[in-house]
Design a protein around this ligand. Sequence first.
Ligand code: SAM
Length: 350
Amino acid sequence: MNHLFLHCRAGFEKECAAEISDIAAGLGIYGYSKTKDNSAYVLFITHEPDGAENIIRMSGFRQLIFTRQWFACAGLIDNLPVTDRVTPLCEAAAALPKTSELIIETVDTNEGKELSGLSKKIVAPLEKALRAQQSFFAKSPLRLHLVFISGTQAYIGVSPIANSSQWPMGIARLRLPKEAPSRATLKLEEAWHHFIPADEWDIRLASGMRAVDLGAAPGGWTWQLVQRGMYVEAVDNGPMEKSLLETGQVLHILTDGFLYEPKKPVHWLVCDIVDKPARVTSMIIRWFTKKHCREAIFNLKLPMKQRYVEVKKCEERIRAELEKAGFKLDIQFKQLYHDREEVTGYLRVY
Ligand SMILES: C[S@@+](CC[C@H](N)C(=O)[O-])C[C@H]1O[C@@H](n2cnc3c(N)ncnc32)[C@H](O)[C@@H]1O
């Protein structure tokens, strides 16, 4: 397969394309991207016939910042007859490796949403037909993806379950808890799902841990930390939700988050201050150099232009300065579903 289909946030197609071109070139796989502004997807077409599978096989999904979900496919299936879309889709699937599950996705745009009725309607007949032609194999590590681009056009392809997003279209469907003080609470929850494996939550998001939340008001992120049983220093000149302060787990500190330093080291630093990426980056480097925390989740608000370049610049600075100081680190960035003009960073040192 020589087409790599990449879901991204609408408006970030150029960043998604620049990133995949860089990664592919690093692997010695060459190709070109096809993008359309605000389409919420990118196609990277490789010169080698099996280049798309090779990119997926040789690189980790987790390193991608602007791609929400990916799969390898053979190209656009056009002219699907509206009276029988199942037959040509099954024919295309027969040429693919066997998979253990099917997910039907749409692109994340208004036009994409209009196709969700069609997508839902086709699930049962398509699954039945795929089963009949033995396209499924229960132990296959692969997943089958189908994306309708219009009523008569679709892409069908495969991704490794272990090297792709666990969520269809890479969109984390999280329920907004009624008691949470702000919608922003979902950003931290999604970040945990993305950056921290589920079987490590009890150790790394453990009850009794201490955390600092910079730019905490009104308290959506602090609420998540409190739910995990942590003690939180919530730094913001703005007001915090009263019920959080009543838990006895939250100390509200009215000061500038860029100047604040904890008296004793904490496990977690989280920061949701909207400011220049370079300023947040300097603060993160200082916290880790001074060993104020072990792990951090922070937002980088992206500039209007050069957004991919800006994130890479911040990543390189953090990497260079902390490695120079003798740390081994795990650093990742992701534009999460709940991020708009920003990306979320994750950093841990050993
Ligand atoms: C996006 S909101 C944070 C929302 C919060 N994470 C939540 O879940 O409810 C950004 C916050 O950063 C605060 N802020 C901006 N600059 C700051 C600074 N220099 N120090 C501390 N807080 C700051 C603002 O007062 C605002 O409350």
